[in-house]
Design a protein. Structure first.
Length: 266
C-alpha cells in the first residue's frame, strides 16, 4: 500500500493547529479565569492540547520545507545506474520548476521548466501514488527516435562516447547485479553516463512529445521502465529536480557506501 506522506503531513499539521487554535480562542481563558476565581493554580492543559501545541510548529516547519523547498527520496531500483544506485537517498529541489501546493501538486508560482538532461522526480502517469525518477530526454514539441540503442532528438543523433565496461565490482553496494557497456552521453547541458547491455534488444520507436508533457528515460537504458513503455509525463505530475545524494544504504545487502554522500546529480 502506498502512503501519501504529503497528505498525512497536511492532515496532522491542520489538525494540531486547529486543536491549539480552538483551545486558545474558546477554552484557555476560561480555565485561567476559573483558577483566579477559586484562587488555585491554573490547571494543566488537556493532554491533546499540550501535544498539539508542541507538535504544530514542528509539523508546520517540516510541511513547508518538504512541500516548497527540498524533499528526500530513496532510489528503489537500478533504472538510473550508474548515475544513481539502489539505496541512494537523494535530495529533490521542489522549487526548481515552480512552487506547488502540497497534495494537489498545483503550481501557484511559475519559476522554471525541466531542461533537457535534468534528473526529474515525478508521479508515475499510470499510478500517481508512485514516484518515479528518470532523466528528461524529450521536451514539449520534440520528436524522439530510438533505434539500435541510439537516441535521436529532432533528427539529430545524441553524442555518445564509449567509456569501457561497468559492473557490480565498480560499486561497493548495488542490487541487482550489473555488467554492461558504459558510455558518456551529452544531453543538453548534462554530461552523464549511460549503460547499454550487450544481450538486450533495442526498444525502437518514434514519439512526438505533446505540449505540456515530457519524455523520460533511465540512464540504465536496457533496464528502465520509462516513456518508451508507458508514454509521456504531464507537467502537473512533476515534483522536482534531483540535486544531490545525502546517504547510501542498501537494506537488502545491509551495506552502506559513505563515499557517495554529498555527490551531486548531473
Amino acid at each position: 500500500m502506498n502512503i501519501d506522506f504529503a497528505l498525512v503531513l497536511v492532515v496532522l499539521t491542520t489538525l494540531s493547529g486547529l486543536i491549539w487554535l480552538v483551545d486558545s480562542l474558546l477554552f484557555r481563558q476560561k480555565r485561567m479565569d476559573l483558577s483566579v476565581q477559586k484562587s488555585i493554580e491554573p490547571p494543566r492543559e488537556p493532554v491533546m492540547v499540550e501535544y498539539a501545541r508542541s507538535l504544530f510548529p514542528v509539523l508546520l516547519i517540516v510541511l513547508v520545507f518538504r512541500s516548497f523547498l527540498f524533499e528526500p527520496f530513496k532510489i528503489p531500483s537500478g533504472s538510473m545506474i550508474p548515475t544513481l544506485l539502489v539505496g541512494d537517498f537523494i535530495v529533490v529541489n521542489k522549487f526548481s520548476y515552480g512552487i506547488r501546493l502540497p497534495v494537489l501538486n498545483k503550481k501557484i508560482i511559475d519559476i522554471g521548466e525541466p531542461e533537457r538532461g535534468d534528473v526529474v522526480v515525478f508521479r508515475y502517469p499510470k499510478d500517481t501514488g508512485v514516484n518515479f525518477i528518470k532523466r528528461a530526454v524529450g521536451l514539449p514539441g520534440d520528436t524522439i527516435n530510438y533505434r539500435d540503442k541510439q537516441l535521436f532528438i529532432n533528427g539529430e543523433k545524441v553524442e555518445e562516447t564509449a567509456a569501457g565496461r561497468f559492473g557490480s565490482s565498480d560499486v561497493k553496494c548495488t542490487t541487482p547485479a550489473v555488467d554492461a557497456s558504459l558510455f558518456w552521453e551529452k544531453l543538453g547541458n548534462a554530461n552523464h553516463n549511460i549503460l547499454l547491455h550487450d544481450r538486450s534488444g533495442s526498444r525502437d520507436g518514434q514519439w512526438i512529445v505533446p505540449e505540456g508533457h515530457y519524455f523520460m528515460m533511465g540512464d540504465n537504458r536496457d533496464r528502465s521502465n520509462d516513456s518508451r513503455e508507458w508514454g509521456f509525463v504531464p507537467e502537473e505530475n512533476i515534483l522536482g529536480r534531483a540535486v544531490g545524494i545525502w546517504l547510501n544504504f542498501d537494506f537488502e545487502k545491509g551495506c552502506a557506501d559513505l563515499s557517495r554522500i554529498g555527490n551531486g546529480i548531473h
